[in-house]
Design a protein around this ligand. Structure first.
Ligand code: G1P
Length: 301
């Protein structure tokens, strides 16, 4: 195996059904919910591009056509915006449009778990390393987390994952890694466990949804073994791959919002809105007023 072959492609799994956001997700994919004015999935695509990714493979499912449409051209809209002199919006839409042929879509036919979703991308990825971005997890920092993974990968090759620290009581919601020797931009991983039971997490470093994986992962995923929650778990195949290939972790220097939960989704909206030049100051004033009045009401109650 060439240890640092260039990572050109990324997989973004968007097949989940979003039951946590019903009824909003009854007729709309959860990945199309907006954080300020961009759909959640757009953040992962922008992060992938920032890190140098050239081709994105979306693993979709039934009722996800809106995602495919979002990453297609909209000539009628562009014409109408141009006619009304909305040049800034036209250039933003043009900037976001992927180059022809640089996105692919394949379907996960049954919701069998993240490991199965990734396995569905095997033919489109082929025999090369690839990035994986879970779009529910939105990076918030000077750079997206994947760019940091690329730095680490440039040093150590093999497989690398993004991690952040969580409170001990949150560890059972995530994949958790066991920490080994330090390297530039990260540390070696000596173990991994998906959704550990209380008190059994090997550390408080959780997998934050950013990965660079070698194609040998597909052979392990093909075994379709069930793990936590009776799902085919990616973490289990990564653990098996770590017997024969190196795995390193990159602690993200920003933070990740878990937009798969209502709390994380709202937090992401607030954080990104506060950062915006056009609305940040107004949002800040409104939030302050809301918080003060909420505190007043809570005290009076
Ligand atoms: C998945 C991964 C888990 C990771 C998490 C991040 O879990 O299996 O290791 O920590 O994403 O969001 P899921 O959120 O699909 O349960």
């Amino acid at each position: 195996m060439e240890r640092t072959k260039t990572v050109r492609k990324a997989v973004i799994p968007v097949a989940g059904n979003g039951t946590r956001f019903l009824p909003a997700t009854k007729a709309m994919p959860k990945e199309m919910l907006t954080v300020v004015d961009r759909p959640v999935v757009q953040y992962a695509v922008d992060e992938a591009r920032e890190a140098g990714i050239e081709h994105i493979v979306f693993v979709t499912s039934r009722n996800k056509q809106a995602i495919e449409d979002h990453f297609d051209d909209t000539p009628e809209l562009i014409t109408s915006l141009t006619r009304s002199g909305k040049d800034a919006q036209v250039s933003e839409l043009e900037r976001l449009l992927p180059k022809a042929g640089s996105v692919s879509f394949t379907r996960q036919q049954a919701p069998l778990g993240l490991g199965h979703a990734v396995w569905c991308a095997r033919d489109l990825i082929g025999d090369e390393p690839f990035a994986l971005l879970l779009p529910d997890m939105i990076s918030y920092g000077a750079r997206g987390c994947l760019a940091g993974l690329m730095d680490l990968y440039g040093h150590v090759g093999g497989n690398v994952v993004g991690v952040e620290q969580c409170a001990p009581e949150e560890a059972s919601q995530y994949g958790i890694v066991a920490t080994g020797a330090a390297v530039p931009h990260g540390f070696a991983i000596t173990g991994m466990v998906e959704k550990p039971k209380a008190g059994e997490a090997p550390s408080n470093f959780y997998l934050n949804g950013r990965y660079i994986l070698q194609p040998e992962i597909f052979g392990l995923l093909a075994r379709q073994q069930r793990g936590a929650g009776n799902e085919i778990q990616l973490t289990d195949s990564m653990l098996a791959l770590s017997d024969s290939q190196p795995f390193h972790a990159h602690p993200y220097d920003g933070r990740t919002f878990d937009c798969g939960s209502k709390h994380g989704f709202i937090e992401a909206n607030v954080a990104f809105a506060l950062k915006r030049a056009d609305i940040g100051a107004a949002v800040y004033q409104s939030l302050r007023a809301l918080v003060l009045s909420h505190e007043g009401a809570t005290r009076a109650a």
